[in-house]
Ligand binder design. Structure first.
Ligand code: DAH
Length: 348
């Protein structure tokens, strides 16, 4: 029987040596050390041996078990190491392969202008306020001194939803809403950016949907000088330190006096060029002193309070600033336009 143990040992050794995977190795373990394996069956035969023989055979059998276990363990470690190395080799990343290009979005030119204007006014203590795009006729017109039948309504061809509800034609209704919401009738300093809508036929300079940024200041002793100073800062921030502004009389129902604001041409410096049509000046926004009717209708005493307001179009500012000739390019989302713009603005 001792002989049998030796043969068994050699057999196991040679099998283990030839094994190429941990799975096969495990099969060997089960085959030889398992309940139905030869080692187990040899040990159950021990009953037929004499006490002396039993002692010797038992010792040899135990030794064999230990040796086989050691053998299997050593081989297992060797194979695991090899398998790990192979896996690492297979899974290495080929860094010479060109990667898929990640396209990163940029900030839309209109958003950029709105952000710049917001930053400026927030730095001067203004709040940013928004209003609904689906608006009541009451706020869009009536509370802004534009009663029903007022001829100036015609200049803002509107998308009506019902007789009393429309898509706002301007951001000025946020003025009325802000004054109304200010229950204690405290001073106001707000800037109100947002989308606006008019029944215009789209072409290079018209769009049925566009943006406006409204500004409103209401306090005691606010004068035209405050408006002028504020707009001067705005013009210099948007178009350059050397810019000057010019005020021209105009008409808006919600302001009195009403003022159109021009900035000195940033292309020719005021000498006259095609951009400023030879005048040296470019119109940038409408403004004025808040009409006493508007203050009164929205709960502010016009004897105590005065205010100024202005409304500008970010599309117009962006077109001037970046030399864009077709307003529709802002909305068609042509990546050639947007990327081109981002490159210029990204300072590459
Ligand atoms: N809402 C006017 C428009 O769409 C622009 C405007 C002009 C707004 C004068 C104002 C203002 O607040 O004072 O034409």
């Amino acid at each position: 029987m001792i002989e049998e143990l030796n043969t068994l040992k050699q057999e196991i050794e040679s099998k283990v040596n030839q094994t190429a995977s941990t799975k096969e190795l495990n099969d060997i373990r089960v085959e030889y050390l398992g309940k139905k394996g030869p080692i187990q069956s040899l040990s159950s035969k021990m009953g037929s041996l004499s006490v002396e023989e039993k002692k010797e055979f038992g010792r040899s059998l135990n030794m064999l078990k230990t040796e086989v276990n050691q053998l299997l363990e050593n081989k297992k470690q060797e194979l695991e190491q090899k398998e790990l190395e192979e896996r690492l080799k297979k899974e290495t990343i080929d860094i010479t392969l060109p990667s898929t290009e990640l396209t990163v979005g940029g900030i839309h030119p209109i958003t950029k202008i709105i952000n710049e204007v917001e930053d400026l006014f927030v730095s001067m203590g203004y709040d940013v306020v928004e209003g609904p795009e689906v608006e009541l006729d009451l706020y869009n017109f009536e509370l802004l001194n534009l009663p029903k039948g007022h001829p100036a309504r015609d200049s803002q061809d509107s998308f009506y939803i019902t007789d009393e509800v429309l898509l706002r034609t301007q951001t000025s209704p946020v003025q009325a809403r802000t004054m109304e919401a200010n229950k204690e009738k405290k001073p106001i300093r707000v800037i109100c950016p947002g989308k606006t809508y008019r029944r215009d036929n789209d072409d290079a300079t018209h769009s049925h949907q566009f943006h406006q940024i409204e500004g409103l200041v209401v306090d005691e002793n606010i004068s035209l000088a405050d408006l002028k100073g504020t707009l001067e800062i705005l013009a210099k921030t948007m178009f350059g330190e050397d810019r000057e502004i010019r005020l021209r009389p105009s008409f808006f129902p919600f302001t009195e006096p009403s003022i159109e604001v021009d900035v000195s041409c940033f292309k020719c410096g005021g000498k006259g060029c095609p951009l400023c049509k030879g005048t040296g000046w470019i119109e940038i926004l409408g403004s004025g002193m808040v009409h006493p009717n508007v203050l009164r209708d929205n709960g502010y005493d016009p004897e105590k309070y005065t205010g100024f307001a202005f409304g500008m179009g970010p599309e117009r500012i962006a077109m001037l600033k970046y030399g864009i000739t077709d307003i529709r390019s802002f909305y068609t989302n042509d990546l050639r336009f947007l990327n081109d713009f981002n490159r210029v603005e990204g300072g590459e």
